[in-house]
Design a protein around this ligand. Structure first.
Ligand code: ADP
Length: 190
């Protein structure tokens, strides 16, 4: 089983690269952001709650997102592995993931940190907002999300280093080169 955590700030390219990894390795993809956006679109209770946090650039409470993740994980049958995109985003979430996988006799294979300079992140997110109309891709909310990333999410870098799972990926420059680097990092742990 290949369990990959794709990690990085908002706008670092997690979604784009995840799609390519899914195609190449035939594993399942969980994007917590996509799950929440689908709930919002369908007008569910969860969607209503999620929208409140997302529009403010804040994270959903850990317990809530951990439950969502667990049920998504259980919906995969006979899976070759999973790429976790947008989860974990806090240390309690990383601990929960570790426990959840251990209960299934598994573990995280590697954590790939897509590293992108801050100015480039801003540029990408503002462009994405213009093109896709994603409500949280406006300058004010982007700044809040980057701040949340620095305070709540980036401590996971040291956490995964201690676990011996961390791998740095240069997340800017040539797109194909980024994928090549990612595949090399995955093949190391396969
Ligand atoms: P990005 O990586 O561009 O910030 P995502 O699509 O991964 O976008 O997530 C969008 C929003 O969904 C986040 O800003 C947050 O409000 C919420 N969200 C997604 N994943 C999580 C998570 N693991 N924990 C808490 N909130 C989350």
């Amino acid at each position: 089983m290949l369990n990959i955590v794709i990690f990085g700030a908002p706008g670092s390219g997690k979604g784009t690269q995840s799609e390519r990894i899914v195609n190449k390795y035939g594993i399942n993809h969980i994007s917590t952001g996509d799950v929440l956006r689908a709930e919002i679109k369908n007008g569910t209770e969860l969607g209503k709650v999620a929208k409140g946090y997302i529009d403010q650039g804040q994270l959903l409470p850990d317990e809530l997102i951990i439950d969502i993740l667990a049920s998504t994980l259980d919906s995969f049958k006979a899976s070759k592995g999973v790429i976790f995109d947008g989860f974990p985003r806090t240390i309690p979430q990383a601990e929960a993931l570790k426990k959840m996988l251990a209960e299934r006799g598994q573990e995280v294979s590697t954590m790939l940190d897509l590293n992108v300079p801050e100015e480039e992140l801003m540029r990408r997110l503002i462009n994405r907002g213009l093109e896709s109309g994603r409500a949280d891709d406006n300058e004010e909310t982007i700044k809040k999300r980057l701040n949340v990333y620095h305070t709540q999410t980036s401590p996971l870098i040291d956490w995964y280093k201690k676990e011996g799972k961390y791998q740095y990926i240069k997340g800017y420059g040539d797109m194909d080169q980024i994928l090549t680097d990612i595949c090399e990092a995955i093949d190391k742990v396969k």
